[in-house]
Design a protein around this ligand. Structure first.
Ligand code: SAM
Length: 254
């Protein structure tokens, strides 16, 4: 069912400015070549997707943004103790959220099972240029292993990972399984087909009662779609460069 793609350029290079990840601040002059990492304001890298016309992370700090939204509000926002935390990510991309989760799982001695969906896997020649393993003091071979885990693999004592190469739209997750979902698609302006009520209903059903979904977008249409799917919403203060982001809870009974 899942197909394998490589990122290809579908848009003409030449736009001088882009807004990054729905930032509430100014436009940013960006790097146009998706093969070359761009340094963000906290020193960590990101990439620019010509297909989406956007960066993969906030240019105000990629690691800072991921830690704030996905680790602090996501992993640490799920308060019920569980033997093994089930995490799903939509849009694995560079693997930054996965790497931060690996680090968190080891530091907290919390077993995590991580499933990520990625339609356009990045080539290893690009991935090896990213500075995340160095900055986060994680062995680069673990980062490489994570990216090649297209069957479930136990990469560290506390983290197992499985990356599904295919489209979110074709993925049918198991019901009532996941505790936390990282929803990290490109923005609703660039990829409206990812932010639909139908897609969010699928994710609502995949969460356990009380399970949470975190995303960087706080757009009106996203809030309406999440609410229509059944989620309860919290607007939380964002990382630098972003006023607010969303945490959505599946308040349901089994
Ligand atoms: C904002 S980037 C993800 C950033 C990523 N979490 C990271 O840390 O690098 C969005 C990702 O979604 C992927 N994507 C785009 N369309 C998709 C689809 N239909 N299904 C699954 N993934 C998709 C892109 O290839 C890209 O890697």
């Amino acid at each position: 069912m899942f197909e394998f793609f490589f990122e290809q350029s579908t848009k003409k290079i030449g736009h001088p400015e882009f807004y990054s990840r729905e930032s509430s601040l100014k436009p940013y002059f960006c790097q146009m070549d998706s093969r070359i990492p761009v340094e963000t304001k906290d020193g960590s890298h990101t990439l620019f997707s010509e297909r989406a016309g956007e960066h993969y992370h906030s240019i105000f700090g990629a690691v800072q943004e991921s830690e704030h939204i996905f680790i602090r509000a996501g992993l640490e926002g799920y308060k019920n103790p569980v033997e093994e935390l089930q995490v799903m990510e939509i849009g694995f991309g560079t693997g930054l959220n996965g790497l931060l989760t690996l680090k968190w799982a080891e530091e907290h001695h919390q077993p995590v099972q991580y499933i990520a969906i990625e339609a356009f896997p990045l080539a290893h020649t690009i991935l090896k240029k990213l500075n995340f393993p160095t900055l986060l003091h994680v062995d680069v071979t673990l980062f490489t292993e994570m990216h090649s885990s297209t069957v479930r693999r136990q990469v560290t004592p506390f983290l197992s990972i499985h990356i599904l190469h295919g489209k979110f739209q074709d993925y049918q997750p198991q019901s009532n399984r996941f505790h936390v979902i990282f929803f990290d698609a490109f923005s609703p302006d660039s990829q409206p087909e990812m932010w639909t009520v139908e897609g969010f209903i699928k994710l609502y059903n995949a969460l356990v009662p009380g399970g949470i979904l975190v995303t960087y977008s706080c757009k009106g249409s996203v809030k309406r779609a999440l609410k229509a799917a059944g989620f309860s919403l919290e607007k939380l203060p964002g990382p630098p460069g972003k006023r607010e982001f969303l945490r959505a809870t599946a308040q349901k009974q089994l």
